[in-house]
Design a protein around this ligand. Structure first.
Ligand SMILES: NC(=O)c1ccc[n+]([C@@H]2O[C@H](COP(=O)([O-])OP(=O)(O)OC[C@H]3O[C@@H](n4cnc5c(N)ncnc54)[C@H](OP(=O)(O)O)[C@@H]3O)[C@@H](O)[C@H]2O)c1
Length: 265
């Protein structure tokens, strides 16, 4: 899709580091005009300089605050008068069982992982329809396909994002607006350290042999946008997990329980 556009305008959330930063570089290399957002203005400025000569605007916002999300959509449209690709990438995890959570932690995570993407879609789909097309990329997770018992609440937030995409995609059929769900497995970023609570179980930290780099993930995202893919699972071995969950769910439960280890007291 971006192949057909001269200098498409790409809004990327969570662009200050990790997968979002890699997306900024990858879309920037394709001649996109970038709108970069996250909380850290300083880190966004560093990314803006790194993507030069691609044109980039920096719009800091806290996606945990609904008023920031609404203002972000308006400010993004004001940059170049349109948004062609929205990459809903910002996200946070919680490595705690639900009975140990502070309710506010769960609400903040849902704001960032689900309600902020929903609000950006709500505000940007109408102008995309009026301009004749656009692409929404929701960076979900393999955890949105298979509930991971060390990231249960996070899995629920990403499953909600996938279901939102699945329904809206059909609602938008024929409008020229596409929805791509991206479901990465392990990606080598600071994501585990940035969690709102808890820690990755120690047994898992050593099992990251299928981990990909943020750059590999970003390349898969750009390819998914180009092809108008429905769902991108990266690395592709993740499809085996999705299949196992659908066909032999009890077997997978046992495997995941062994990977998780005993639940904390
Ligand atoms: N890494 C993995 O293994 C993995 C696997 C599957 C899916 N994912 C998904 O990929 C996406 C990117 O994750 P990552 O691995 O790149 O993680 P990361 O390195 O921790 O980056 C997260 C990004 O989100 C931004 N962010 C966090 N909270 C925010 C808030 N309240 N408001 C605005 N921006 C906020 C951060 O910027 P600031 O701190 O500057 O705000 C940062 O740019 C997430 O949706 C994550 O769920 C990651």
């Amino acid at each position: 899709m971006i192949r057909d556009l001269q200098n498409p305008v790409v809004l990327i959330t969570g662009a200050s580091m990790g997968i979002g930063e890699a997306c900024a570089r990858a879309f920037g290399r394709r001649g996109a005009r970038l709108i970069l957002t996250a909380r850290s203005a300083e880190a966004l400025e560093r990314v803006r300089q790194a993507v030069a000569p691609a044109e980039a605007q920096v719009l800091p916002a806290d996606l945990g605050r609904p008023e920031d999300v609404a203002a972000l959509a308006e400010r993004a449209l004001a940059c170049w008068g349109r948004v062609d690709v929205l990459v809903n990438n910002a996200g946070v995890g919680i490595y705690k069982p639900c009975w140990e959570l502070e309710p506010q932690q769960a609400r903040t995570m849902m704001e960032v992982n689900f309600f902020a993407p929903l609000e950006l879609m709500r505000r940007l789909i109408p102008p995309m329809r009026r301009q004749g097309g656009g692409t929404i990329v929701n960076v979900s997770s393999i955890a949105g396909q298979v509930a991971l018992p060390w990231l249960t609440l996070y899995s629920a937030s990403k499953a909600a994002l996938n279901f939102l995409a699945d329904g809206v995609r059909i609602e938008l059929r024929g409008s020229g607006v596409r929805i791509v769900s991206v479901c990465p497995g392990f990606v080598k970023t600071g994501f585990p350290q940035h969690a709102l609570g808890g820690q990755m179980p120690p047994a898992l930290a050593t099992r990251r042999r299928f981990a990909i780099t943020a750059e590999e993930c970003a390349d898969a995202i750009v390819r998914g946008v180009d092809r108008g893919s429905r769902t991108v699972v990266t690395p592709r071995i993740g499809w085996a997990l999705v299949w196992l969950a659908r066909v032999f769910p009890k077997t997978l439960d046992g495997i995941l329980a062994r990977m998780r280890g005993p639940a904390p007291e």
